[in-house]
Design a protein around this ligand. Structure first.
Ligand code: SF4
Length: 426
């Protein structure tokens, strides 16, 4: 299937004219079709997503990996991993496809994988089956002599790319001009920058250098408390939904959470709005979680009397408000694992994780709230062909697709990350 026909298919699904169970057959079978293609993330991505001009691009995957059968790739990955032994550790995000996850030494969310990356100083290489910002974080936290490898360089994150260092620096300068830099009588500075883990290393470094911190969806509330002890307000980027949902649960009024539109004067706000702001939200979002809506929850409740609706905090606020519970991928996993009676779960997060839970816990009825069930199109770029390729190159003594963060960026980003790792999830 060509790129164009996949895109046509997606449009049909979006319009409700197709009942396909996935928005992207090509993404599953041959993601190399999209490597180095037009500046978008491929099927399932939002039209508002744009890949930054300086993003790394994936070279052509050698034909032997593109043409190999699933079974052959599976065997080759196992063989290469056995040969490498303790020299390599493979990390897999919850949103990865099963064909990848089965080879991972660790499966987790970004917070857990950040810790796992630190736990193996003996490994020469960390193969990160996730997206670009996660591999950057692993490089920052791992030892100097370890190589962090992203099997497909096209595996970015559309949300992370919605906030770049130039526009955040510009926003910061405007806020400093408005608020000044002097602490109040309680010693709290005017603004603390908080970046979601889903952001570039440059933004993490910005937070480290400006008294700020990183958060994940597991510890966002702990991190916001940390920030409010040190600052009068927070500039939260890039995900507006995680920031809004978390601050609202902590009692911050929606009226005190203006949205900041990058590159507009005062982010499109008035000085008065910003004066009373408690959390200034960057205008970013996740294309996958933005798809969930209240109607899907109402439909699930109409069809299943005692359905338990759990959504991820990257979902819009009305969806989180309408759900029974919300939490990180790890929260969702533990909620399902901890259910002692057969239960119907309607889950609002990425489809790979939901399908894995459904297979793992057959005593429950588990389904995804979104009937279109698009995967995270960038995570899906990590096909077994790429994993086999990077591992076999390692066996041959060659490191390909290394993600290396500069020493200056790494130093400041590490400050913000270490602050985060010290802030334990609730
Ligand atoms: S699910 Fe959303 S936030 Fe997570 S990697 Fe994919 S695009 Fe980024």
């Amino acid at each position: 299937m060509t790129t164009a026909s996949v895109n046509e298919r997606i449009q049909l699904i979006v319009k409700g004219a197709s009942k396909d169970s996935t928005c992207s057959p090509s993404l599953v079978k041959g993601p190399w079709e999209f490597d180095g293609g037009p500046a978008h993330y491929g099927p399932g991505a939002s039209s508002e997503d744009t890949i930054p001009a300086d993003s790394p691009t994936q070279g052509v995957l050698p034909a032997e990996y593109r043409l190999a059968s699933d079974a052959e790739l599976h065997e080759r990955i196992i063989a290469a991993k056995q040969t490498l032994g303790d020299r390599v550790v493979i990390l897999g995000h919850f949103y990865q496809r099963d064909e990848i996850v089965q080879h991972a030494d660790y499966l987790g969310d970004s917070f857990q994988l950040a810790n796992a990356a630190k736990a193996h100083p003996e490994a020469e290489a960390i193969v990160f089956c996730g997206v670009h910002f996660m591999a950057e974080t692993a490089d920052i936290l791992s030892a100097e002599n370890q190589a962090v490898i992203l099997p497909n360089l096209a595996a970015g994150c559309s949300m992370a790319d919605m906030a770049d260092i130039d526009s955040v620096t510009e926003a910061w300068e405007q806020l400093e001009e408005l608020y000044g830099t002097e602490p109040d009588s309680q010693g709290r500075v005017p603004v603390i920058p908080v970046t979601y883990m889903n952001s570039s290393a440059a933004l993490k470094a910005f937070c480290g250098a400006h008294g700020g911190i990183v958060c994940t969806s597991s510890n966002a509330e702990v991190v916001l408390k940390w920030a409010f002890e040190r600052g009068q307000r927070v500039l939260f980027f890039p995900d507006q939904h995680l920031g809004r949902n978390t601050a609202k649960a902590m009692g911050v009024s929606i009226d005190d959470m203006p949205l900041w539109h990058g590159r507009k004067p005062l982010g499109g706000n008035t000085a008065a709005d910003l004066e009373k702001a408690k959390v200034i939200l960057w205008n970013g979002f996740c294309s996958v979680h933005k798809r969930f809506n209240v109607q899907q929850i109402e439909k699930a409740r109409a069809e299943f009397e005692n359905v338990r609706v759990i959504v991820h905090p990257e979902c819009p606020m009305p969806v989180v408000d309408a759900a029974d519970e919300y939490g990180s991928t790890d929260y969702i996993r533990k909620a399902v694992a901890g259910a002692t009676e057969p239960t119907t779960f309607a889950i609002g997060t990425e489809i790979n994780m939901v399908q894995r839970l459904a297979a793992q816990y057959p005593q429950h009825n588990i389904f995804c709230l979104d009937p279109v069930v698009c995967p995270c199109s960038t995570m899906y770029r990590i096909h077994p062909g790429y994993l086999a390729w990077v591992l076999e190159r390692l066996v041959a003594g060659e490191v390909v697709n290394q993600i290396k963060v500069s020493a200056e960026v790494s130093e400041n980003a590490k400050i913000a990350l270490e602050r985060m790792l010290a802030a334990k999830p609730l």
